[in-house]
Design a binder for this molecule. Structure first.
Ligand SMILES: Cc1cc2nc3c(=O)[nH]c(=O)nc-3n(C[C@H](O)[C@H](O)[C@H](O)COP(=O)(O)O)c2cc1C
Length: 294
């Protein structure tokens, strides 16, 4: 089968989700180049900003019975260091690399994208949905007007493939329609869900961050299905994938591709197992994908 997100052709529908496989310096410790090329359709980088970000103070992670709350706060070395130190190794893998971007304002996003256009980077995913930073992040996703201005501005200067990563909370449909109107190429649905956990009682420590993992799969499946029926843009699903079955179900409701996130933190080779399971399901039930969406 061939896999396409609009004009972007992929070898498989599996994409490694931003922030869940490091910066790219360790991926080859776990997966061989052949495994990456055969199993992974695209790689999405950690969220990158203009300047380095130290991220949030601990606690940054809390496991829940069927999910993970993270409050990393977009720690990253900044776009320039990433391009020099980490990108060359990823580029050599010959799998599309999509740059996940974080800006605290429209202007900052535009500066990032202008820089990437000059560096001939061909794919970006705008993160307008991070629930654990104080500036930017999820705040963008609450205003379809701001999202429209942002995506329109980016579209004017970026000629590569433009994905917008939405929050699962707020006016999701209106934001999705604003992205379509501003000529985005695809949407990622969705980022993590705002959540809170108690890490310890004495001393009292809490974590406020984003919930990911299997707990969110039914919620995001519903969201993907709802948005697909109303917005004619390719949708990349992201939320709670642990198995080939999870991926197949997102494809069944109409997703063009599916991201693997928290599963990488449980087992950095999980994408290989997920790919094998998916291949079997596609052999048995693949014809269902042409029959319209439930
Ligand atoms: C530790 C961690 C770090 C993340 N960092 C980013 C990030 O930098 N940018 C982003 O857009 N999403 C980030 N995400 C969200 C994931 O890319 C993914 O969309 C989300 O976790 C839902 O998918 P999952 O349930 O398969 O993990 C992060 C998630 C986790 C768990």
């Amino acid at each position: 089968m061939t896999w396409k997100i609009g004009s972007l052709q992929l070898k498989t529908p599996l994409i490694l989700a931003s922030g869940t496989w490091g910066l790219g310096d360790t991926i080859l410790d776990y997966l061989s180049p052949e495994e990456i090329i055969n199993s992974i359709g695209a790689l999405i980088t950690k969220g990158l900003s203009l300047e380095p970000m130290a991220g949030n103070p601990p606690p940054r992670l809390l496991e829940t019975p069927c999910g993970l709350i993270n409050s990393i706060g977009l720690e990253n070395p900044g776009i320039e260091v990433f391009l020099k130190r980490y990108y060359p190794r990823l580029r050599d893998l010959e799998v599309p690399v999509i740059f996940n971007l974080h800006g605290t304002s429209v202007d900052e996003f535009l500066k990032l994208v202008r820089y990437l256009e000059e560096e001939n980077i061909r794919g970006v995913e705008l993160n307008i949905s991070c629930p654990n930073v104080t500036e930017g992040g999820i705040a963008f996703s609450q205003s379809p007007e701001v999202v429209f201005q942002l995506v329109k501005g980016v579209r004017e200067i970026f000629s590569g493939f433009l994905i917008v990563k939405l929050s699962p909370v707020g006016p999701v449909l209106e934001v999705a329609l604003a992205c379509k109107e501003a000529a985005a190429d695809a949407l990622t649905i969705a980022n993590t869900y705002p959540a809170m956990g108690i890490v310890s009682y004495e001393p009292l420590k809490v974590i406020k961050g984003g919930l990911s993992g299997p707990a969110i799969k039914p919620l995001t499946l519903r969201l993907v299905s709802d948005i697909i029926s109303k917005v004619t843009l390719p949708i990349i699903a992201s939320g709670g994938v642990l198995s080939g079955k999870d991926v197949f179900e997102y494809l069944l409701v109409g997703a063009s591709a599916v991201q693997v996130g928290t599963a990488n933190l449980i087992n950095p080779r999980s994408v290989i197992e997920i790919h094998e399971e998916l291949k079997e399901l596609l052999l048995r039930h693949g014809r269902l994908l042409d029959k319209g969406h439930p």
